[in-house]
Ligand binder design. Structure first.
Ligand SMILES: [Zn+2]
Length: 149
């Protein structure tokens, strides 16, 4: 569930790492400290680590929307920060696609919006119904509406 929340943070443009299951707590925390990140968790024992106070945020909410609301209050998240500015797969900042890259997208798929490109994944992103739905979702959270669909 926190992975889902992490994906929404990334969609909103926040620099967000999504961790593999089963990584060692102490290493995760060390990395959070080193990279000056905040580790989101539902795992209370994590708070017992030495550096926990400044780098760990324990979420109590039930389900995605509850946790999103809790996170918004605690960290002042702006869900309209920089929507769709990062690659959903790898977190890299996206660039505007060149004309040549755009040509890889079938003509029928071209929307009106910008086409963006991830240099790390060699993946193109363009405005479509999926992005449209995600924009509406971010908009709702931005307006403080955290009701589940
Ligand atoms: Zn990428």
């Amino acid at each position: 569930m926190l992975k889902g929340l992490a994906r929404w943070l990334r969609a909103a443009g926040y620099d967000t790492l999504i961790l593999q299951d089963g990584e060692d707590d102490a290493r995760l925390i060390a990395r959070a400290v080193e990279e000056d990140r905040i580790l989101l968790t539902r795992d209370r024992p994590m708070l017992q680590h030495r550096d926990a106070r400044r780098h760990i945020l324990l979420l109590h909410g039930n389900g995605l929307h509850d946790c999103a609301q809790e996170l918004t209050t605690k960290l002042h998240i702006d869900w309209q920060y920089r929507p769709f500015s990062r690659c959903m797969l790898c977190n890299s900042p996206l660039e505007e696609a060149t004309e040549r890259q755009r040509r890889r997208i079938p003509q029928v798929m071209h929307g009106n919006g910008l086409t963006l490109y991830c240099p790390h994944c060699d993946k193109l992103y363009w405005e479509g119904s999926h992005v449209e739905r995600m924009r509406r979702h971010l908009q709702r959270w931005h307006q403080g509406d955290f009701r589940a669909d």
